[in-house]
Design a protein around this ligand. Sequence first.
Ligand code: HEC
Length: 589
Amino acid sequence: MKTLPKTRLAATLTFAFAFAWTANLPNFAQAPAAAVAAKVPSLDEYRKYALTHEGDVSRGAKLYADDQKLACVKCHSINGQANKAGPDLFAVGDKFGRRDLVDAMLAPSATISPGYGATLVETKAGEEYQGVLKQVTDTGIQLMGADGKLVSVAKSDIKQQRGSTVSLMPEGMQAGLSLQEFTDLTEYLTTLRQPENTLVSNHGMPLLIPQLARPVTARPFFTQELRVPHSKAQTGLTAFYQVPDFRNLFLVLNQEGMIWMIRKTVTGEEKTVFADLTEEVFCERGPNGLLGLTFHPKFRENRKYYVKHQIFEEGTVATIIIEKQFTPDFTQDSGSPPRRLLKIQSVAEDHGGGCLQFGPDGFLYFGMGDTGPHNDPNGHAQNLQLLLGKMMRIDVDHTDDGKGYAIPTDNPFRGRTDAKPEIWAYGFREPWRFSFDRVTGDLWLADVGQDRVEEVNIVRRGANYGWNVYEGFEPFSNQYRKEGRNFVPPVFAYRRKYGNSITGGYVYRGDKQSSFYGVYLCGDYTSKRIFGLTQENGALKSIRQIGSIPQGLVSFGTDEAGNIYAVGFEGMIYQLDFTESRFDEIKPD
Ligand code: HEC
C-alpha cells in the first residue's frame, strides 16, 4: 500500500488559487475537523465496511447526484462526454472492481488517472492556478479547475508551471457520510457500466470474448521480484528483453531509469546493474520514464542498442532516442556518452509512446503518442507536420544533412513539403507497444484508447489509423477530419468491460505444433487479461481471452526460441506456458 499524502487539504489551501474552489463547493475543507469531533470513522473503517457490506444502489445514486452533500457532479459526468475536470464515470464499474473504487474515493492521490493529474501554474503577476490541463497551444494553456470553469493563461504570463502528484479530487469527501452511505455510493459506482448499445456494432469488436477452456499458465520466470525500493511513487517495470545471441541473458527496465542485467542460471539468477539512467530520465508523473529498448540488427558485431525515454530539458518534457553500446564482454553498458538521434517535444505530458523496434528491413521504427491533453484538441495525430500520434521509420546507419539518422528512400512522405519524412503511418493516440511478426513481417500495434475502446492495428506504409476522428471503430470527432483522407479500421477493438489500457504483444512463433502458433497476443494493463487473436486481410478471424497475470500487464517480451513473457508493472516477469491449453477449445457458457 502506498503512503498517502496526508496533508493534502492543507497543502491545497496554502495556495491562494484563483479558482477558490472551496467557496463553490460544499464544505468538505472543514469536514476533517468536524469529523474528529463527531468521531467519524477512519479510512480503514470505511474501506472495510464497504468491502464487506452491500449497499443500496438507488440511495447511492441519490447521494452521488446531491451536490449539496457531495460535490461529485461538479467534477464528473456520467454520460460519456468527459468535459469536466475529472474523468467521466460512465464506465467506472467496468474499469474498477469494488476495492479500487473504494480506494479511488478514499485516497484520490494514491493512483492518479492518466491525463487527469493536476497542473499548478504561477503567473508573473503572482496569481496561482490549479486544474486539469485541457488545452495547450503556442500562445497559452487552459486549465479546468475544481469548480468546472476553464481558465486561460497566456504563455507569456506564466512564470512557472508544474504537474502535481496530488489529485484535484479532494481527500476526505467521505467524512460527511455514514459507513452505510459510503457503501451505498460505492454500490452505485459498481453499477456504472459501458452501455453496449451505444457502441458501433462491429465484427472486430465482439460483445463477448470467449475464454479458453484451459487458460494459459503464467509462471514466474525469475525467483525474485525485481521491484526495488522506489524513490518515487507509482513507478514500476516497463520492459523485458533477451540479449540477442545470449539465451540466458536478459535486460529489465524500470520506469525511473534502471536497466538490470539478469543472467539465468541452473539454480536461479544473478542480477547486476547494467546501466543507471536515473539522472537523465524524467519520470515524475504519468506514463513517462524509461520506456523501451532495442538492439541493432548487427548487435553481435557493433554491440549497439537504442533506448527511448523522457527527459526534462529547457523547461519542458521531451522524448529522446539515444544510441548506446555494450562493453566488449557484453556484461554492461560501455559507459561512453550516448549518441542522441532525435528529440520530440511533448505538448502536455501524456502519451509519449514507448516502443522502438527494428523492422525486417533493418530500419528503426518507433511510435509517438499525441502527447495530450485529452481528446487531442489540437489534432496532433492527424497533422503530418508533427511527429506526434505517429509511427516513424528511420535509418540509424546513415545520416542525412543535419540529422542523426537518414530517411529511407521509400518512406511514404519523403520529399513532401507538407509532411515530416520520418512518418511511416499516422492517426495514433498512444502506440504503447508494437512488434513485427517474425514470419510474415506484419507490424502489429496496440493503440491505447481514451474513454471507450482499445484497439489493435496492422500498420501499413502511409496509412491513417484514425485518431482523433475515430477511436477504434467509433467516430470520435470531426474537428480534424480532412476531405479525401481514408481511415484504416482496427483489426480488433474491445470495450471497457474487458479493460482500459491495451498492451501490445507478439505473434507466437514458438512451438510449431502448438495451436497458438501464429496467434497474436496482447493484453490489458488494468484488467490484466491476455487476449489471443488471428486475422485475415486485416479483419478479425478469431479472438479469445487466453489467461491473465496477477500484476499490471505493462509489456510483453519474447526470446529467440519464440517464448512469450508478460511483464508485471509491480515487479514480476512471467513466462506464458501454452502446453496445457488449446486455442480452439473454448469454455462452454
Ligand atoms: C474537485 C473535483 C472532484 C470532485 C469534487 C470529485 N472528484 Fe473524483 N476525480 C477528480 C479527478 C481530477 C480525478 C482524476 C484524478 C485521480 O485519479 O485522482 C477523479 C477521479 C475519480 C475516480 C477514478 C476514476 C478513474 O477513471 O480513474 C472516481 C471513482 C471518482 N473520482 C469518484 C468521485 C466521487 C464518487 C466523488 C464524489 C464523492 C468525486 N469523485 C468527487 C475530481 C473530483
